[in-house]
Design a protein around this ligand. Structure first.
Ligand code: NAI
Length: 334
């Protein structure tokens, strides 16, 4: 039987993986902590590791895994920026992922965040529970007629754009590889990044984290945006330079921010720190703004997405065990 060391395991992961079809063909070794150079030793004796977004598979970690004869890293997520693919290839370790599980889950969360932030539903909820039925300070804006900028029109960006079209918003999109037929069908206008930044009332990020996209929102980008712009980031925290974002919030250049991801989320998000003093000064500052809404990387978290993640990950693992068809270091699209 295929032995799999499963890192950063949460109760919902265990539930969906253990109840998946074919789950009995895999021997699961669930670990609640993340995989890193320090914890890689716990993978000894396994045939593969199964990891998530904040496990750290740098060269040192991968070298340890390869030393144990582990030839497969199965990511149970789409992004793979936490894996040193060059090192994986050199070490003969294959990397597989779940390229799409539910783009709807992430797109719907992005829109939900914007609605909550704009209409101040999170504040209204708390007020009403305290029998404060006053409306002062709860004024929002209509999304209909506004210009929504979608950066990255892959699977998630496209669905987000379509949802906003359903709100009767104008959508301007930017992607180096535009989908022109789709844009025509949905009356979406592709423009340059400069145009998008200048025109948008709301900007939603849907690009992967790469060397090129890292800090794509920094001081310079914020300066080019409309004053009072709302920003939604459900992609990767490092797309935004958080210190520059704080300055832009303080000056009013940015009118509201909804984040499902944060630059330094590793070690903070996904965990309960409610009994501790938060040591991250930047996150602490962000949390003081009334116009900042943060969720803890939960955009993917729907029953449908979890089912698909476990189904595809197990398929990836079993394919590897039966055929070993993958080239080392290759991201395989299942
Ligand atoms: P995708 O690969 O389908 O689409 C990404 C798009 O970004 C592509 O069309 C690509 O051409 C475009 N792109 C690349 N570089 C760009 C640039 N510099 N400027 C503008 N566009 C650029 O990816 P998908 O599935 O839509 O996911 C997008 C991102 O969402 C992922 O990379 C991941 O970081 C994030 N994500 C977040 C989740 C969460 O729970 N918060 C869950 C799943 C994904």
């Amino acid at each position: 039987m295929l032995e799999v060391a499963f890192f950063d395991a949460k109760s919902y992961d265990r539930r969906s993986f253990e109840s998946a079809t074919n789950a009995d063909q895999v021997g699961w070794r669930f670990h609640e902590f993340r995989l890193s150079q320090e914890t890689a030793v716990l993978a000894q004796g396994a045939n593969a590791v199964c990891v998530f977004v904040n496990d750290k598979l740098d060269r040192a970690c991968l070298t340890t895994l390869a030393g144990f004869g582990i030839r497969l890293v199965a990511l149970r997520c789409a992004g793979f920026n936490n894996v040193d693919l060059v090192a994986a290839e050199e070490l003969g370790v294959s990397v597989v992922r779940v390229p799409a599980y539910s783009p709807h889950a992430v797109a719907e969360h992005a829109v939900g965040l914007l609605l909550t932030l704009n209409r101040k539903i999170h504040r209204a909820y708390n007020r009403v529970r305290e029998h404060n039925f006053a409306l002062n300070g709860l004024v929002g804006f209509d999304i209909a007629g506004k210009t929504i900028g979608i950066i990255g029109t892959g699977k998630i960006g496209k669905i987000t754009a379509q949802i906003f079209r359903g709100f009767a918003a104008n959508v301007v999109a930017y992607d180096p590889f535009p989908s022109l037929d789709w844009a025509k069908e949905n009356q979406i206008h592709y423009g340059s990044l400069v145009e998008l930044l200048a025109k948008s009332d709301v900007i939603s990020l849907h690009v992967p984290l790469t060397a090129e996209t890292r800090h794509m929102f920094s001081e310079d980008a914020f300066r080019q945006m409309k004053r009072g712009v709302f920003i939604v980031n459900t992609s990767r925290g490092k797309l935004i330079q958080t210190k520059a974002l704080i300055d832009a919030l303080k000056s009013g250049q940015v009118g509201g921010v909804a984040l499902d991801v944060y630059e330094e989320e590793e070690g903070i998000f996904f965990e309960d720190h409610s009994e501790e003093i938060l040591q991250d000064e930047i996150l602490s500052r962000l949390l003081t703004f009334p116009n900042v809404l943060i969720t803890s990387h939960q955009a993917f978290l729907t029953e449908e997405a979890l089912r698909e993640i476990s189904r595809v990950t197990i398929e990836n693992l079993l394919n590897f065990a039966t055929q070993s068809p993958f080239l080392p270091g290759t991201i395989v699209h299942q």
